[in-house]
Write a protein that binds this ligand. Sequence first.
Ligand code: CO
Length: 131
Amino acid sequence: MNLDHVGVVVTDLEDAIALYTSVFGMRVTHRAGNEQLGIVAAFLEMGGAEVELIAPTRSDSMVSKFLADRGPGLHHLAYAVPDIREALADAKSRGLELIDEEPRIGLHGVPIAFIHPKSVGGVLTELVEHG
Ligand code: CO
């Protein structure tokens, strides 16, 4: 299993992109949004993995709630798996609590699913299928 990306919640996406590209020399590879979730995101390349910068587009977004509760910062780790249904079934069989019982299509257009942080030592964990 490889690290796919690190999710970071930010208050202003363009400010965060400017920081990561200028200070760390990263390059934006992909931008996406999900109006239903009220988020916009940018993926930046760093070696074999990416940083996913996530900002809210409205006040009732789950990311707005995260910002209100904890402020900007680390949000989730995402691991690449070859078969997400198999990985979810395995996690469930080990007693982990799944946020997404069924995979859904993520911002990269591939199946993703989240595992509850309380099952992973406080770390919100995303699985990303890269078959
Ligand atoms: Co993610």
